[in-house]
Design a protein around this ligand. Structure first.
Ligand code: WT7
Length: 675
């Protein structure tokens, strides 16, 4: 369906007038509004698809609980549930009284039929390959679970995991799940400060790490970073260390606290039965950025979460017995939890893992991996696709990518140009592209095409998964059938977050207070005449930098932590590859002004390095602007919208609510000077 000019104008003006202020650039929004191409599923794909009957949507809608119950029945439960759902907003309980173990469902239940099937094929950045059959992975996980028990890890205890993408990271997650310990994976690219904050918030008892991990030929000293982190985390009693190399054996170990992974494995009981756990037992917490300076621990539980990721993996990726499935996410993000580990392994899939960077040693590494390991399903982020585009089509063209049969996208809005490039140059025009919208909080994919049913449109995540109810609402909470507004989820779903670790108030306020009993996603979106959803980016103080979620306040706190900084304001600005880049406006303390201004470039680098040290390289600001004042409303709120206009070099919008409108003009002038 073509969106006519008046609708377009209306949607644009709605967005431009900031009744809906999203983080997407106007250029990107305009591209989405112009898009009219459609790609229906091919007959050949449809014929072989796991699901090709449109009626599933209707069936799920008629009885949502029965729909999810039928999925839960495909898993192995120790004790069946007595009822499907108890919903007292915002608190949900799924599969009540059911007892189940996630690790059992990812390993033990496959042993009979898939014991010799490869569960994991791993390639390290330097090129070494290791594989685990389901039987081998089961043995490794069982042994490590025993080792954790020996370290007195009990059900409900939190275990932090700070590792490179090596098989032991997956083993660690599954071993925790096996004994009911709650894992808290911290992305290996985060700083030691970020790690200690997360450990302290969760009061983790054990930390599992590695000596080092590879990144573009360099070794990241994870053990050293861990040592720094735990110098102020009193809750940590034990540290388990995987030696990434034999040479790493010289790493300093603290007697009684630090244990080599392989040594405790040697002494551990090879047998460790999976403990049946309550369906609502906490499976993991995962920290993600919000609108305050402090990341929040999103809580996911067992039965509903597994049901949700199992179902979506099977239908969205059309997963088959002989697929080689590659989701490029790190296990430090929710995509790694749900679609590297739990979704595919509960389906008995062969999962490919790659430790390193996509441009190492050459920019065709991904395509040489697809060719070498005969990958059939490939799931990555738009930011990666935009980088591939920039590197040129010759790179994928010089490899045999004919094994691929389905492509996925996740993490940020995909611009139609990138979608088409991906479809043509990676998918050879024959692979369906599934653009999947979801969040750390939703646990599972929520809006996505079902590739055997739904015609895709470049830039649209299309429709809600069957059994999921999403809607566009306006500020008052009224439904917008066609047009732009806030994306909301109007009924509970099995993998939904159960809370924010240790902060029920923030949970309620953050997600459930805008409209009663309705989940607020923080995203803006548009719904077209055919009911397709087009995501337009965040509407809150959260940035999506290269598919990673970072709070503006988080970066501001990191800057203000620098001894020379009095005040800071951070905004997201358009970035060709990353989607969003970070720009920071900084006021220097009077006492430090002279000193810092002696070499402004060096000072800027110092501030950038400070943010990297506080958070991690993913939060490094693109631009820093030193200023003497910041535009504020009369009530003292920083007007980020104006800062964004300035940083992106746009004409200034409405400044009438400013306490001092001249601040903006002078700021703009100075910024242009510095450019
Ligand atoms: C935010 C959630 C879900 C796993 C990775 C990110 C944005 C995610 C899409 C998509 C447009 C998307 C949203 C969302 N987002 N997927 N397909 N199209 N936007 O998880 O770190 O929790 O971030 O990522 O803004 O709110 P996350």
């Amino acid at each position: 369906m073509v969106w006519d000019q008046t609708d377009r104008q209306e949607c644009l003006s709605y967005i431009n007038h900031r009744r809906l202020e999203t983080k997407l650039s106007e250029k990107d929004i305009d591209a989405l509004l112009h898009e009219t191409r459609e790609f229906p599923p091919s007959d050949s794909f449809k014929l072989q698809a796991n699901i090709s009957n449109e009626a599933v949507y209707e069936r799920a809608l008629e009885n949502r609980e029965a729909f999810w119950e039928s999925w839960a029945e495909e898993l192995d439960w120790e004790t069946k549930w007595t009822s499907v759902l108890e919903w007292t907003p915002p608190n949900a309980r799924w599969f009540i009284d059911g007892k189940i173990n996630v690790s059992y469902n990812c390993l033990d239940r496959h042993l009979e039929t898939r014991g010799d099937k490869k569960a994991i094929i791993w390639e390290g950045e330097p090129g070494e390959v290791r594989t685990f059959t389901y039987r081998e992975l089961h043995a490794e996980v069982s042994r490590f679970a025993s080792a954790l028990l020996k370290l007195r890890v009990e059900p409900g205890d939190r275990v932090a995991i700070y590792m490179p993408l090596i098989p032991e990271a997956v083993v660690a997650m599954l071993a925790c799940a096996r004994i009911g310990a709650v894992h808290s994976v911290v992305f290996g690219g985060f700083s030691s400060d970020a790690l200690s904050d997360r450990i302290n918030d969760a009061q983790a008892k054990v930390l599992i790490t590695a000596t080092t991990g590879y990144r573009r030929g360099n070794l990241v000293a994870l053990k050293k970073l861990s040592d720094n982190a735990i110098s102020n985390t009193p809750s940590i009693a034990h540290v388990v260390v995987v030696a990434r190399h034999e040479e790493d054996r010289s790493t300093e170990m603290k007697e009684g606290r630090d244990h080599w992974y392989d040594e405790i494995m040697k002494d551990a009981d090879p047998k460790c039965d999976a403990i049946p756990l309550d369906s609502e037992h906490m499976l993991f917490t995962l920290y993600t950025s919000g609108t305050t300076g402090k990341p929040k621990g999103i809580v996911h539980t067992t039965g509903g979460y597994l049901t949700g990721v199992y179902a979506t993996t099977k239908w969205v990726f059309d997963l088959k017995e002989d697929d080689v499935y590659w989701c490029t996410a790190d296990i430090g993000w929710v995509t790694g939890h749900s679609y590297v580990v739990y979704g595919p392994l509960s389906n008995g899939a062969t999962v490919f893992l790659y430790e390193g960077a996509p441009d190492w040693p050459e920019r065709d590494r991904m395509w040489s991996l697809v060719e070498k390991h005969k990958v059939t399903i490939f799931y990555t982020a738009p930011t990666a696709i935009r980088a591939f585009m920039k590197w040129g089509r010759q790179l994928p063209q010089s490899h045999d990518l004919s094994s691929l049969r389905l492509l996925g996208s996740v993490g940020e809005p995909i611009n139609p140009e990138a979608w088409i490039w991906y479809h043509e140059n990676i998918g050879g025009g024959r692979c369906p592209v599934v653009d999947t919208w979801w969040q750390t909080e939703t646990g599972m994919i929520m809006i996505t095409p079902l590739p055997g049913i739904v015609a895709t449109k470049p830039g649209s995540a299309t429709r809600a998964f069957p059994g999921i109810e999403t809607a566009i609402l306006n500020e008052a909470g009224e439904r917008v059938d066609v047009g732009g507004g806030y994306l909301a989820i109007t009924s509970p779903w099995p993998a939904m977050l159960r809370g924010i670790y240790g902060d029920p108030e923030r949970f309620e306020k953050q997600y459930w207070s805008k409209w009663k009993g309705i989940y607020f996603t923080g995203d803006g979106a548009r719904r077209d005449e055919e009911g397709y959803f087009w995501l337009l980016g965040r509407v809150d103080d959260v940035m999506n930098v290269a598919g990673h979620r970072i709070g503006t306040m988080e970066v501001e706190s990191a800057l203000v932590d620098h001894p020379a900084v009095a005040e800071a304001a951070v905004v997201g600005i358009g970035h060709e590859i990353k989607g969003t880049g970070i720009a920071a406006f900084v006021i220097v303390k009077e006492s430090r002004k002279e000193e810092s201004m002696r070499d402004p470039k060096a000072f800027e680098s110092e501030l950038k390095a400070h943010v990297v040290q506080k958070i991690g390289a993913i939060a490094r600001p693109e631009k820093i602007l030193i200023t003497v004042e910041l535009p504020k409303t009369r009530s003292g709120k920083i007007m980020r919208r104006l800062l964004r206009d300035i940083a992106e070099g746009r004409a200034l919008g409405d400044v009438t609510t400013l306490a001092d409108p001249t601040v903006v003009a002078s700021l703009k002038e100075r910024y242009e000077e510095q450019e």
